[in-house]
Ligand binder design. Structure first.
Ligand code: GLY
Length: 614
């Protein structure tokens, strides 16, 4: 699509449909604007003083709740978007105070550990993709299996079915890997921070939030309520999240004094304030009392690792994403490279023909992901082969133009593969210098293992379930994975986290993407990427568009409620697809850039998210 510079600005900010509407002059850039995750929120006056004509993206079914023409947050200098408003504000303040995107990301991540404890964390891990001074970086701070864990740790009581929430890899002390977040955030700040903001300065807002508290919103209360059963099993969790046996009340001020002390130790001593000394003592004692495996030597040994990012091209744009032990970048690249062989920009948006090729590409990429990928320090990942044009061509040769391929024709199908809902949290930050950070952090399921470290005020992850705890059996997301991702001492479990940065043809960061939601992370990120790059959707339209997820097993396409019209659905069913409906798929807030203006899209599916620019 050929566009003028003015039209490019309008496209990213407000969208481009098929109607031949004359392109008006862009509005004057505002200096500070906000977009919340409320689908119904009207554009703020400063976001668009002269709103452009509404051009609806084609393909949003009638009744779809999230509008294609919503106004993004915009800013000339920087932008932060997270799933929790208070954390967004912390990041924005750090940018305004002279920190770069990495300083702001580190401050935001620590703030999320306080204000969004179901997913933000000290007791989990994650991945960061950054572009700083034009150079790409990827940082792995994934949890590791405790040194006492092994291939058959979970074999005696295999979880087997995704709906078995009580399996030992999912609930309780055995479910936790050695946390990586503190080591990762330290590495990020040391290597890529501006050097204008000290470690103590980036931790200060989180310490303040934990010690002085914050007003609890309805989302916070509801999310505890939804997880009350697992939290009530562990006294320190019950005390923190269920005072008097009930979820922390909306409107009350919630403090976490024990967490404030832990954060202060980290501020004073760096990673040693977490991996050694009193915090490590408390964590090891918690493990011992609950039959967990993490020891003080495991904690002392933990290291975050810089890895070579996955880089690939999609429609002439460069995509930088996360390599193993996340499958995110490789799987995103496999989907993209299969689809580059089809002229999707010529199809109408979400037409049955386009969705068919997308589902088949997803299916094949996930089959390869599940069979072949694991921690690169333990198994050889055939990344070169999977990212080769020959691999993509071979996959396309198996795709019929008018018919779904049953997964069983491509790999043996296990019984009982199902799938769970979203969790994890992704956020993005960009700054005035054009630096960008996409960071995804997690304790796996919401509220992780359910176990809070007594005396330390933070939850531990249930990331062990991301391993193939019993190879060939489905995990909690229905992923049927193989030996490359089997448990081994000190090994990192395979992830789907996909923090990603797109660099446009002009060499500037054009999109910053990532998501929460297990395997749906990968497909949600791809759909946003394709919405913008294949169809010229605005950032908001691409974020707000219906999402679909196909992971090979179970052999069913997950769709969002009202995400397909009857006509689309019938047409796809006639090709052999079956569908399973879910309330929503993934949380995938995003940032885009055009012509000197950042745009931010909070996730409308996650109440409480916020994009702020300045
Ligand atoms: N815990 C989900 C993932 O890393 O994919």
């Amino acid at each position: 699509m050929k566009t003028s510079r003015a039209a490019l600005v309008l496209t990213l900010l407000f969208g481009c449909g098929t109607a031949p509407t004359p392109v008006p002059a862009p509005p004057a850039p505002p200096t500070t604007t906000t977009a919340t995750a409320s689908a119904a929120a009207p554009p703020t006056a400063s976001a668009a003083p002269t709103p452009p004509p509404v051009v609806l993206a084609p393909g949003f079914p009638a009744g779809w709740p999230y509008p294609a023409d919503a106004a993004p947050a915009t800013g000339q200098h920087g932008m932060v978007v997270t799933d929790a408003a208070l954390a967004t504000k912390v990041g924005l303040e750090m940018l305004k105070a002279g920190g770069n995107a990495v300083d702001a990301a580190v401050a935001t991540a620590f703030a999320l550990a306080v204000v969004y404890p179901g997913a933000g964390n000290l007791g989990g891990g994650g991945f960061m993709v950054a572009r700083v001074d034009g150079a790409p970086h990827s940082l792995d701070f994934r949890e590791t299996a405790p040194s006492k864990a092994g291939h058959d740790t979970f074999a005696a009581k295999p979880t087997g079915k995704p709906d078995d929430k009580g399996g030992t890899a999912r609930l309780g002390h055995l479910a936790s890997g050695v946390p990586g977040s503190v080591a990762g955030l330290w590495e990020a700040h040391q290597k890529l921070g501006s050097k204008k903001k000290t470690w103590a300065e980036v931790l200060a807002p989180a310490i303040k939030l934990a010690s002085e508290g914050f007003i609890v919103d309805a989302e916070f209360t509801a999310s505890i309520g939804q997880n009350a059963e697992r939290l009530s099993k562990y006294p320190a969790s019950a005390k923190l999240f269920l005072p008097d046996g009930k979820p922390v009340a909306t409107g009350s001020t919630w403090k976490n004094a024990e967490l404030a002390v832990v954060l202060k130790r980290i501020a004073d001593k760096g990673p040693k304030g977490f991996y050694e000394g009193p915090t490590a003592d408390l964590l090891a004692a918690e493990m011992k009392s609950g039959g967990g495996l993490i020891t003080k030597p495991d904690l002392a040994r933990y290291k975050a690792k810089w890895r070579a990012p996955i880089e690939f091209s999609y429609r002439g744009n460069k995509v930088v994403s996360m390599p193993p032990p996340s499958s995110g970048g490789v799987t995103l690249a496999m989907i993209s490279q299969i689809l580059e062989g089809y002229d999707l920009p010529k199809e109408s948006f979400h037409s049955p023909a386009e969705l068919h090729y997308i589902f088949e590409a997803m299916r094949r990429a996930f089959i390869a992901r599940n069979e072949k990928l694991g921690d690169p320090d333990f198994v050889k990942n055939p990344v070169e082969e999977l990212l080769s044009p020959a691999w993509a061509t071979a996959q396309r040769a198996t795709i019929k133009d008018d018919k779904a391929t049953p997964t069983v024709e491509l790999q043996p199908v296990a019984k009982d593969s199902g799938g769970a809902g979203p969790h994890t949290t992704n956020f993005s930050v960009v700054d005035e210098q054009g630096n960008a950070v996409a960071l995804t952090t997690t304790i796996n399921w919401f509220y992780g293992s359910g176990v809070t470290v007594a005396g330390a005020g933070f939850l531990l992850n249930n990331e062990m379930d991301d391993f193939a705890t019993v190879p060939g059996k489905a995990n909690g997301y229905g992923l049927v994975q193989g030996e490359p991702n089997a448990v081994a001492p000190n090994k990192r479990m395979l992830s789907s986290m996909s923090p990603s940065i797109v660099v446009g043809k002009d060499g500037h960061v054009s999109l910053v993407l990532g998501a929460a939601g297990g395997p749906t992370i990968i497909t949600a990120v791809f759909l946003e990427l394709a919405g913008v790059l294949d169809h010229g959707l605005s950032l908001m339209a691409a974020t707000n568009a219906p999402r679909f997820h196909e992971q090979g097993q179970p052999d069913v396409v997950t769709i969002e409620k009202d995400g397909l019209t009857d006509v689309q659905r019938k047409s796809l069913e006639a090709m052999g697809y079956t569908f399973k409906e879910r309330g929503h798929i993934a949380d995938a807030p995003s940032i885009g850039w055009a012509n000197g203006l950042w745009a931010g899209a909070a996730e409308p599916r996650r109440n409480g998210g916020l994009a702020l620019g300045y």
